[in-house]
Design a protein around this ligand. Structure first.
Ligand SMILES: Cc1ncc(COP(=O)(O)O)c(C=O)c1O
Length: 398
């Protein structure tokens, strides 16, 4: 067992701690209830009814019917199933439907399947965003062709800078202009923090992931509105309404279901606690650290996200120094950081190279406290001062 020196965890957009209640509910499905949910005997019916219960809990969180939820291995698979599944099915029905619209600030789990479909003959329009990462609805309207556009996919809340998109307007535009054009949203970061009702919003497809809402990793779901048809990615025994074959990850599904139930019960409390703590942090950082700036939308913002640029310092140096002090933060998407690529989101927002490298993301969770924020800002302020003294541009920022 590795002991973790981190004492303040502020990277909840990357992953979250699994709640005790969730673990307790999962344990029996790792010990005594090991039957295959497809089996007809009692061992099987116990696990298949546990899956049904979890499906209902996931559905309730977003106002869906349980028959409209399929379980996947996580947000990435849900996004791939939505993008490839919808586009390939639509083109089979009508060869002219070979156009997809998405935005320049999506997660790689959307951008990569879109790039793959481009290689398979689809045209993809990547919509630009404003400098706070929000999408202007008329830009979407101009991109849709009723004849050609099979699918529009725009994320609910951005994983790096937290900007929430005007989803209701975007869905309406998609359906008004596109007719049968399908609207998908990657709601992986918004779930549990923003109240989402798929029916009143009119969403056709929506991706969720368990480990972002205090559930286990390796499990997620896709909401598929009744009547929407997709080509499955995984073929086999026909589980998940023929949409995702393979023996189900029962313990993961049970844990995810419990995490959704808790998220549903606590959503108002969670929203208000995270917003208050996050606003407290933003004010403190801006007041105490000169030459710092908040990025992303100021009002329509995911309640847990605080993303800053600290001019004259390097975000990765900041992360290392914070880590040495027991604080976990991030420069943005965990996937892009590993690939050492400058953030495509910040680039799309028009940031300069200096602004991109000086950026840092804090994402709060329900476990964080005001005293942790006080400690973080006071350490951060010292580290920024220290790093600026080492910077070749030190005369600019003191
Ligand atoms: C917006 C967004 N979409 C998709 C994913 C991928 O989800 P998962 O890690 O469950 O595959 C992430 C994870 O960071 C995300 O932030």
């Amino acid at each position: 067992v590795i002991s973790l020196p981190i004492s303040i965890y502020l990277d909840n957009a990357a992953s979250t701690p699994v709640l005790d209640e969730v673990i307790q509910e999962m344990i029996p499905y790792l010990t005594k209830y090991y039957g295959n949910p497809s089996s007809l005997h009692t061992f099987g019916t116990v696990t298949s009814s546990a899956i049904m219960n979890a499906r209902k809990r996931v559905a309730s969180l977003i106002g869906a019917n349980h028959r409209e939820i399929i379980f996947t291995s996580g947000g990435t698979e849900s996004d791939n199933t939505a993008i490839k599944g919808a586009a390939l099915y639509a083109r089979k029905q009508d060869p002219e439907k070979n156009h997809i619209v998405t935005s320049t600030i999506e997660h790689e789990a959307i951008l990569e399947p879109c790039r793959d479909l481009e290689k398979r003959g689809f045209d993809v329009t990547y919509l630009p965003v404003r400098n706070d990462a929000s999408l202007e609805p008329s830009v979407l309207e101009n991109a849709i062709s009723q004849k050609k556009t099979a699918l529009v996919s725009v994320m609910f809340a951005n994983n790096e800078v937290g900007t929430i998109q005007p989803i209701s307007d975007l869905v309406k535009i998609t359906h008004d202009k596109g007719g049968k054009t399908i609207f998908h949203t990657d709601a992986v970061q918004a779930i549990g923090k923003v109240s989402i009702d798929v029916k009143s919003l009119g969403i056709d497809l929506l991706s969720l992931s368990s480990h972002k809402i205090n559930g286990p990793k390796g499990i997620g779901a896709l909401y598929i509105r009744e009547g929407i048809m997709l080509d499955p990615l995984v073929h086999g025994g026909g589980q998940e309404f023929l949409m995702r074959s393979g023996t189900e990850n029962v313990q993961g599904i049970v844990g995810f279901g419990k995490a959704c139930e808790i998220a549903y019960q606590r959503i108002i409390e969670c929203q208000s606690k995270l917003t208050t703590l996050r606003n407290y942090m933003i004010k403190k950082v801006i007041d105490q650290i000169p030459y710092s700036r908040l990025n992303g939308a100021h009002d329509n913002r995911n309640p847990n996200n605080a993303h800053f640029t600290f001019f004259g310092v390097n975000g990765e140096d900041l992360i290392i120094k914070l880590d040495e002090n027991g604080i976990a933060a991030s420069t943005g998407s965990a996937c892009s950081v590993k690939r050492q690529k400058p953030s495509h989101v910040l680039k799309a927002m028009g940031f300069t190279y200096e602004e991109i490298t000086g950026s840092l993301r804090f994402t709060l969770g329900i476990q964080n406290t005001k005293s942790e924020i006080d400690q973080t800002v006071s350490i951060l302020s010292e580290i920024v001062k220290e790093l600026r003294l080492l910077s070749p541009f030190k005369s600019r920022y003191h």
